[in-house]
Design a protein around this ligand. Structure first.
Ligand code: PLZ
Length: 443
């Protein structure tokens, strides 16, 4: 089984090897170029903290397929649950003849998400689809239409979620016109904000903008990632999220937390909102929810979730039974194996190492993040000017040495680390050694 894959980095060929090069050529002639790849190596097996490629290379996984395989690839309970479900039935469509595990996933989400109020859940396939549905639900409930998203936000690639997403290239450029009634407010970005802009001041800045340029009377919802993902792993200053939440409650505005990337133990809490005790009205989850199977959800206050009329929400595959079986096994794994605590251990290990690297490298402008969602912002020596070229060079050097790291950020200058929580300390340390070498190599 993949989970028993040898937990060792191993370079059998250069990266990419000959079989991957061949497959890349086939990809180029068969797959639309719009679908890009970070590393040109083709996976054949993965588990623990390792991804093995078709040439026999074993790479250390510091990406988890973009924060998805939080419990590890082919995690044993997930494999077993999927196997059982796939043999029983693969699909009936929950809107035609429902099945229990959809209800069980909904119950689990109602229990695990922040707040102990009465909740309801609806299941979908992708993060973007769930964000769209959260907006539909908020509009149905408030009977208002405007939506506020933030600077540096990422919410998906569908038309509405492109509108919510901040960054033009590569996500939006050429793909407009975008959905109307979407407004962008300033975020709290501690590394780049002026020193006197704390969480409360940043929240006031955003609220002032919203009140003056949108108006609470027109605003259905604020959509926010409690820790931004693609935008650069930006952790807003303490107090920013609670102040927004309070303002939403006072103004009949639905607070939608997009925890697609930050959810399910990733940040050392079940949800990133939990770090500040923020209780969103609706919470959107995906990625880490089902150990790699496509599933997403909107969970929230019963009276808001039940605003859309009967049959107003749905989709052919939403809450597919195999994905639901995987989600139940994923949740069981997080709880039974203490993965929230494991994410905190990973945070301590990574922050300690990255802070030490920063101490003698003034190209590391900032080290930030929570749990197993940690990043460094790369800048021109001794300044705060973003250095995306250097960031790309560091990532490429790590890739050549057999470590999967990802970049992100509005300025393309953030190296982010999203190890699966199934990775061992030895492999994690070795992955960070490789990152340190890559920093030296590019000095
Ligand atoms: N909301 C916060 O992080 C997906 C996107 C990768 P889907 N992030 C990875 C890419 O380049 O397409 C994401 C997210 C947040 C929503 C989404 C969208 O989730 O499952 O990709 O639709």
């Amino acid at each position: 089984m993949s989970a028993s894959i040898e937990q060792r980095r191993h370079l059998a060929t250069s990266i990419p090897g000959p079989r991957s090069i061949e497959l890349m050529a086939r990809k180029k002639s068969a797959v639309a170029q719009g679908v890009g790849t970070t590393l040109p190596v083709f996976a054949i097996e993965a588990g623990g903290g390792i991804v093995k490629d078709v040439d026999g290379n074993q790479l250390i996984d510091l990406g988890s397929g973009i924060a998805v395989t939080t419990v590890g690839n082919s995690a044993p309970r997930v494999v077993e649950a999927v196997r059982e479900q796939v043999e029983a039935f693969t699909h009936t469509c929950f809107m035609v003849t429902p099945y229990e595990n959809y209800v069980a996933v909904s119950e689990a989400l109602n229990r695990l998400t922040p707040g102990d109020h009465d909740k309801r859940t609806a299941l979908f396939n992708s993060g973007a689809e769930a964000v769209e549905n959260a907006v539909k639900i908020a509009r149905a409930h408030t009977k208002k239409s405007a939506i506020v998203a933030f600077d540096h936000a990422y919410h998906g690639r569908t038309n509405l979620t492109m509108a919510l997403t901040a960054k033009s290239m590569p996500y939006k450029s050429g793909f407009g016109p975008f959905a109307p009634e979407v407004y962008r407010a300033p975020l709290s970005y501690p590394y780049r904000d002026a020193k006197d802009v704390d969480g409360a001041v940043a929240a006031q800045r955003a609220i002032m903008y919203i009140e003056k340029q949108v108006g609470a009377d027109n605003l259905a919802a604020i959509v926010i990632e409690p820790i931004q993902g693609e935008g650069g792993f930006i952790v807003p200053a303490d107090g920013f999220l609670p102040a927004l939440a309070q303002w939403c409650t006072a103004n009949d505005v639905v607070l939608i937390a997009d925890e697609v990337q930050s959810g399910f133990a990733r940040t050392g809490a079940m949800f990133a909102c939990d770090h500040e005790g923020v209780v969103p009205d609706l919470i959107v989850t995906a990625k880490g929810i089902a150990g790699g199977l496509p599933l997403s959800a909107v969970t929230g206050r019963a009276e808001i979730m039940d605003a859309p009329h009967v049959s107003g929400l749905g989709g052919t595959y939403g809450g597919n039974p195999i994905a639901c079986a995987a989600a139940l096994a994923t949740i069981e794994t997080i709880e039974a194996d203490g993965l929230v605590e494991r994410a905190r251990e990973i945070e301590r290990l990574m922050l300690d190492r990255l802070n030490r690297l920063q101490a003698d490298d003034d190209r590391i402008g900032d080290v930030r993040g929570r749990g197993a969602m940690i990043a460094v912002e790369i800048v021109k020596s001794g300044t705060d000017e973003p250095d995306p070229a250097l960031t790309g060079a560091i990532a490429a050097a790590a890739h050549r040495a057999g470590v999967i790291v990802l970049t992100c950020g509005t300025y393309g200058n953030v190296l982010r680390f999203l190890p699966p929580l199934s990775i061992g300390d030895a492999l994690l340390n070795e992955g960070l050694d490789v990152v340190a070498d890559a920093l030296e190599e590019t000095r």
